[in-house]
Design a protein around this ligand. Sequence first.
Ligand SMILES: [Zn+2]
Ligand SMILES: [Zn+2]
Length: 238
Amino acid sequence: MKLLSKLKAKRSYDYSPAHRLLEVCAIFSFFAFLSVIGLRAVAGFVTVSLYQALWIGSLSAILGYIAADFVSGFVHWMGDTFGDIDMPVLGAAFIKPFRDHHVDPEDITRHDFIEVNGNNSLVLLIIFVPAFFLFKEASNLWHLFMLSFTVFFAFGIFMTNQFHKWAHLPERPAWIVRLQSLSLILAPDNHNIHHTSPFDTYYCITNGWLNPLLHRLRFFQLSEKLVRWVLRIPKQTT
Ligand SMILES: [Zn+2]
Ligand SMILES: [Zn+2]
């Protein structure tokens, strides 16, 4: 009992130890699935020609990383826009972190690796499990493309909250600044637009590549109108 109370006193997170354990398991499962699917893809790449390996590898990497950026923006937009923190299940786990982030944007910088990346690892099982069973023949070009796409997409989603955290760090190591200045990961300038009134654009937080395009297309504003019209959700007035 003494050990348990000591552990509770020392803990660096303010949620239940059971959820902490779930996050740790989810991160392990992420690396296990990434290794298995990644090794299957590598085994496929050595069976195809160099030309095929180059175009499949580069196209799947770019599309996977862009898809991760889009999904990060879409999920972020839903969390910021719809529902309430008091909603059952989704309220505390999904909506509250997004709403809290706008109240205290630097709070994420005080979260450790497990807290930052645990929930995304859990969600990635939705992608990994079907990919594992559906794309078994790595010598098949379509399967090979999807295996490689899954690796880059999952990597992008896994790193999304980490990149988001780094965009908020007041002081950043030089190598992170370099990656941000090359726009290989979410850059603070790009993300600051989201944290500027009216807070309804630049939702993408993996690399932010899609933000200027989606902003110009008014994608999220039009999507919100569509969702509210279809589901008859009235606009919240706060
Ligand atoms: Zn937001
Ligand atoms: Zn932010």
